[in-house]
Structures are given as C-alpha cells and as structure tokens.
Design a protein around this ligand. Structure first.
Ligand code: S3P
Length: 445
C-alpha cells in the first residue's frame, strides 16, 4: 500500500453551481484487464489512459513479479511485454493487492492456469472478503490452495495447474470477477471453457480477450443471462488499448451536478457499455438531465460525452436485475435518492455486503448520520427522499473509497457540512477526485 497510514478527514459543504468540463480517470476494470492480458500476450501491449490509482498499480506490480515487463512511458501511458499464455514465473514475494478485489481475483485466475505457486495478500479490507467463490472453480480446473482461513480469506497460497482442465461453470452470483477468473484460467486449458451466468455481468474480459486475438463467443442465455465459450490455448498477441473514462468514477461528479442547484457539467469519454450504465438509466428515470453526445468506440467499448444539469429528482423503484450493471453505484445513488422527492427502493443488493465494506449497512449509516430516513429490509435498501438533506454527520469510510466520495458528494448540497473520517482510500480508484471536484466549484475543507 502506498497511501498514508494516517487518516485524512475532510468536510464538504453547500457549494455554488458546479460548472466546467472534466475527464475522469480511466476505467478501473479495463485498466486491470489491459495489464493482465498484456502480461499474458506475446509481444508488446501499449495502453493509454490507464487509471494510475493504487488498485491498478498493485496489479501492474504483480504482473512484473510474475515475469512480465511493465513500464510507464508517459502520463497514463504504459507498455507491457508479455510472457505468453501459461508463461508466468514463480514470484519471489507475496503478491500484495492492497484494497483491490478485482486485481486479486483476476490474477488468481491467471495464475491458476500456470504451473507456479504464488501467495496472495491484501489490506485489512481485502483480507475480510470471501475468496471461496473464486477458488471453487479454479480448483475444479486443477489449481490447489493452501493456508485457507475461513471462507478462503487472504492471505492464501495458490498453486496453478500443470494440466488445466476446461470446465463448464455456472456462476453462483452475477460476478464479473468470478467469470473473468475462470476465463483467464481457461486460456491455458485445452478445449472449450464455458461460463454461464444467470444475470449478465460486465463483459470487459470477453471484449478484451477478443481484441487480443482469442476465440470467444458470448450468447444470451435466458431472460438476463449469458453463455460464454472460450477456446483454450490461443496465442494472445500484444495490442493497443485505449482506456475510456470510468463510469463508476463519473458517477460522483454526475450526481453532484444533479443535486447542486444551477450546475452544468460535461464529462468526456465516459464508457457507455450497457453492462455498466445502470446508474445513468436509473437517474434518468428519476428525472435527471443527462445528455449523451459524440458516441464512439474503441476495442469494442463504447464511450460518449455526458452533459449533466441540475435536476429535480423523484423517487423510483430500482429492479434487482439491474444490480450487476450498477453494482458499484448504489452508494452514490442513495446520496442522489436522499435529495429526491419520494421513496427510492433498491432491490436485490446482497452482493453489496461483500464489497470493500458492507456497503448495504454503510450506505444506511451514511444517510442516517445526515438526517435521511432509510431502511435496510433483507437485501433491499429503501430511502425516503424529502427533497433536501439536513447533513451535519460524520461518516465512517471503513477503508472504502466509494463511501468517502459518496458522502462528500452529499455534503455539496446538504444544509450542514458532511464530514468523512478518512479520504485516503479515494486514491485506490480516483486519485484526483478532490482537485477535480474543486475545479468544478466544489467546496471542501
Ligand atoms: C469488477 C466487478 C465487480 C465490481 C468491481 C469491479 C470487475 O465485482 O464490484 O468493482 O472489474 O470485474 P463483482 O464482479 O464481484 O460483482
């Protein structure tokens, strides 16, 4: 971990209209994947727009430790020289993924297909998160694990399979991390590795594998699901990757612009892959002005410019099947729902309990601390919007970047300031969040 061990509290307060044009950092999911696939490819991969946040930098270090050459060639520009599928070397030291579940779980998949042993570790938040869901399919493919704590918690040792077996795996929960781990291990297995998901999760791994030359087919399955078939042992070739701006990071200035009166903010190059844009769909249903223009695409990933203007929001019902397309956005949606008129019901949020923190309880606590009525009922979250937020609360961030940013967004339009106990973890995904928000007119102290 590179961030300070000392807590860095911060307060946000009612601000004048937010205005201006920004480009939020590169997408975190795509950044991790570009480094991992670059490391598994033969030849050179050039990445532009990489998110230089702590989570992704930890993945870059782990790729280096596994034998790839990873170099920073300019601002957000990186070059990776890969070792080829199955070519990872034994790392000398434990791989430290810091706060990042994605980095850790995807690399577990990649290591599972190589005849090497690696120790996986992370910070206190990551050490508390379940890894069994990843280890189960990887063991079916021939990987072996040691030092297992309850629930397969980190730190743990993973030995990859010498002869990986292709499997057909139905993911028990909609999780791109599980799907991606199986596909990355499947790269080394002869034959077809199949992943079936009942609800489609983000498909960046599939799109990028295709971009690097793999044979991979994805079909719809049932009402909301997908069936993905990967042909093993491809020769992945180094590629150019342009990382679009992260919609999960854009979510914070978008909601801030909606709730701060008089705001008019433009965000460039925001990724608009439909498996990531559930928040924007929901906000539009709530009455938000979010206008899309200049749509274009790169390596299968669409992006567009978003213009967001302050809007009067109303409460809505968010269906459970939308959860995978906005799984990281419920915290900031709850902040938006607090400023809406009427009740917003968000259903089917079980997975929020196993993110960087228990985000279901943390969201409720964030709202309660600021005078908003909220209820957790089973896996649902119900927010009573009154059109205004009293504020004045202190929010515990629990080592979770998105709690810190969501609470600070709330404070920009609440009656009294909102304080967070620690902003340090914002550096995992959006290192420039504070200066970028200030450049739009946000007031922090
Ligand atoms: C991610 C998948 C999601 C998401 C995480 C990033 C990815 O997790 O919460 O921030 O890049 O694959 P799950 O797939 O486990 O829901």
């Amino acid at each position: 971990m590179t961030h300070s061990d000392h807590a860095a509290p911060l307060e946000s307060r009612a601000s004048g209209p937010l205005t201006g044009k920004v480009r939020v950092p590169g997408d975190k999911s795509i950044s991790h994947r570009s480094l991992i696939l670059g490391a598994l490819a033969v030849g050179e991969t050039r990445i532009s727009g990489l998110l230089e946040g702590e989570d992704v930098l930890n993945t870059a270090k782990s790729m280096q430790a596994l034998g790839a050459r990873v170099e920073r060639t300019g601002d957000f520009e990186w070059k990776v020289n890969g070792v080829g599928v199955g070519g990872f070397a034994h790392p000398e030291k434990p791989l430290d993924f810091g706060n990042s579940g994605t980095g850790c779980r995807l690399v577990m998949g990649a290591v599972a297909g190589c005849p090497i042993t690696a120790v996986f570790d992370g910070d206190a938040s990551l050490r508390s998160r379940p890894m069994r869901r990843i280890l189960d399919p990887l063991e079916l493919m021939g990987a072996r694990t040691g030092d297992i704590r309850e629930g397969g918690r980190l730190p743990l040792t993973l030995s990859g399979a010498r002869y990986p077996v292709p499997i057909t795996y139905k993911t028990p929960v909609a999780s791109a991390q599980i799907k991606s781990a199986v596909l990355l291990a499947g790269l080394s297995a002869p034959g077809i590795t199949t992943v079936i998901e009942k609800e489609a999760s983000r498909d960046h791994t599939e799109l990028m594998l295709k971009h690097f030359g793999a044979e991979i087919v994805s079909q719809t399955e049932g009402a909301h699901g997908r069936r993905i078939e990967l042909t093993g042992e491809p020769e992945l070739r180094g590629a150019e990757v342009v990382v679009p701006a992260d919609p999960s990071s854009a979510a914070f200035p978008v909601v801030a612009a909606l709730v701060v009166a008089g705001s008019d903010v433009t965000l460039d190059d925001v990724m608009t892959n439909p498996l990531r844009t559930g928040l924007f769909t929901t906000l539009r249903e709530m009455g938000a002005f979010i206008e899309e223009s200049e749509a274009r695409g790169d390596a299968g990933e669409p992006m567009a410019r978003l213009r967001v203007r302050a809007s009067k929001l109303r409460g809505v019902e968010v269906p459970p099947e939308r959860a995978p397309s906005m799984i990281d956005e419920y915290l900031v949606l709850a902040a938006a729902a607090s400023f809406a008129e009427g009740t917003t019901t968000m259903r089917g949020l079980k997975e929020l309990r196993v993110k960087e923190s228990d985000r279901l309880e943390a969201t409720a606590a964030m709202l309660r601390a600021n005078g908003v009525r909220v209820e957790v009922s089973g896996d649902d979250l119900i927010v009573e919007g009154k059109g205004h937020v009293p504020g004045g609360g202190l929010v515990a961030t629990h080592m979770d970047h998105r709690i810190a940013m969501s609470a600070l967004v709330m404070g920009l339009a609440s009656e009294k300031p909102v304080k967070v106990d620690d902003t340090a973890f914002i550096a995992t995904s959006f290192p420039d969040f504070i200066p970028m928000m200030r450049s739009l007119g946000a007031e922090f102290s």
